[in-house]
Write a protein that binds this ligand. Structure first.
Ligand code: URA
Ligand code: CA
Length: 432
């Protein structure tokens, strides 16, 4: 087999066989296929698209390119949750203990973040002592005994995707639905869950800027998940503005605690119940979404979910006292209120640029080598559709540098106040 023939076939609109796709993935991973041929191949996929069968074969080939985690020694149906990315997305930190509190095993592998704020793993590291690198045996033991553990992705999970993603990043081929779908699903399949709940975000702060593309991505991922033998569904959610109020690390842990106490932002709380109900049903612990939701509400209101969070923190070496005393986490030196310049309704909060503002403060990474300043970030006091009066606090900035003029300007530029608009719908679709 020759790579040039595969490129030519795809260029002319042909459909690649499983053997051809395996040839490409194996060859690129072991270095026998050079970057220039892989780049050209990715660009032909970008323009010519792929059939479901091609995407499934690409996904499986990438999933099998490295470690495939075996979770079969964990009892019960293991359900994973994955978001295609957003700004200030605190969901997993609330969901993991909440869903575990109703008896669903949560074996969560999460990533670090690049750009905006940190990933879930970075946010958890804001908790003093919290260990995110768990040995496989310990990870499985914790989930078996306590229903929940969150760990960083194993270094050798889907190495083909790692290499291809780096190439896509510099060849303008990230924004391709077959490539995004196979990239995400290869890692989900290699991490061993039986069932997968996807949160496909749409809007300014997401990969998919419009609902049509988000729907296509969601349908594609659900189909390939099922073709790979994993029960998969997707929720399409709004990411035109950040989720919740806090965008940072320490402040997102505080937001997660508030949510577990029943005092969290409305949108984050709803997101947690919607995704959590789907997870509980896929795990076979409830027959209907209504029943699942009632179980989750009970676990939250009774304090069981909060206790589970403390247990999870203690199990992973962290200080569980922060749940009752969040001020024990590292705090920012400077706290600045940003007042509204006019009276009106918040019409837009550009998620991506607000995320970048938090990153400039130090909450996220510009490059892989950057370190994160856990204590900094921004908190939104008004979300889209809410009324605000001139002088009222719009945003709080948490900073370790005194001069935040540039960040303040950036926030003003990206939050529009004007005539009344409706609050945007959070859930934009469900794909099963
Ligand atoms: N996240 C991934 O893991 N891969 C993509 O291609 C896009 C988002
Ligand atoms: Ca948040």
């Amino acid at each position: 087999m020759r790579m040039i023939d595969l490129i030519e076939k795809k260029r002319d609109g042909g459909e690649l066989t499983k053997e051809e796709i395996n040839f490409f993935v194996d060859g690129y991973t072991d270095g026998s296929i050079p970057d220039y041929q892989a780049s050209t191949f990715l660009m032909t996929v970008f323009y010519k698209d792929m059939t479901d069968e091609e995407i499934t074969n690409l996904t499986l080939a990438m999933a099998n390119s490295g470690d495939v985690i075996d979770l079969s020694s964990i009892e019960g149906v293991k359900v994973d949750k994955h978001s295609t990315g957003g700004v200030g997305d605190t969901t997993t930190i609330v969901l993991a203990p909440l869903v575990a509190a109703v008896g669903v095993p949560v074996a969560k592998m999460s990533g670090r973040g690049l750009g905006h704020t940190g990933g879930t793993i970075d946010k958890l590291e804001a908790i003093p002592g919290f260990q995110v690198e768990l040995e496989n045996d310990k990870f499985i033991k914790l989930v078996n005994e306590t229903q929940v553990a969150v760990t960083g992705q194993s270094g050798n999970l889907a190495p083909a995707d790692k290499k291809l993603y780096a190439l896509r990043d510099v060849t303008a081929t990230v924004d391709s639905i077959p490539l995004i779908a196979s990239s995400i699903m290869s890692k989900k399949i290699a991490s061993g869950a039986d069932a997968i709940v996807l949160d496909v975000t749409t809007g300014d702060g997401a990969f998919m800027k419009n609902i049509e593309d988000a729907t296509r991505l969601a349908k594609t991922m659900v189909r390939i998940g099922k073709l790979a033998g994993r029960n998969t569904m997707a929720v399409i959610s709004d990411m035109s503005q950040p989720l919740g109020e806090a965008i940072g690390n320490t402040i997102e842990i505080e937001e997660a605690i508030a949510t577990l106490n029943g005092n969290g932002p409305e949108d984050l709380t709803e997101m947690v119940y919607v995704l959590g109900s789907q997870m509980v049903v896929l795990a076979g612990k409830a027959a209907t979404l209504e029943e699942a939701r009632a179980m989750l509400v009970e676990a939250l209101e009774s304090g069981k979910a909060k206790e589970k969070f403390k247990e999870m923190i203690a199990n992973q070496g962290g200080n569980p006292e922060i749940v009752d005393a969040p001020e024990k986490m590292e705090q920012a030196k400077f706290v600045y209120e940003v007042p509204a310049k006019e009276t009106g309704c918040v019409r837009e909060i550009h998620a991506e640029n607000v995320g970048i503002a938090a990153m400039i403060l130090g909450a996220g990474r510009k490059t892989k080598e950057d370190s994160i300043d856990y204590s900094v970030g921004v908190k939104l006091h008004k979300k889209v559709g809410m009324d605000v009066k001139e002088g009222e606090t719009l945003v709080t900035i948490y900073s370790n540098t005194e001069d935040v003029a540039a960040v303040r300007e950036m926030l003003y530029d990206n939050i529009t106040i004007g005539e009344k608009v409706e609050e945007p719908a959070l859930i934009r679709g469900i794909i099963t």
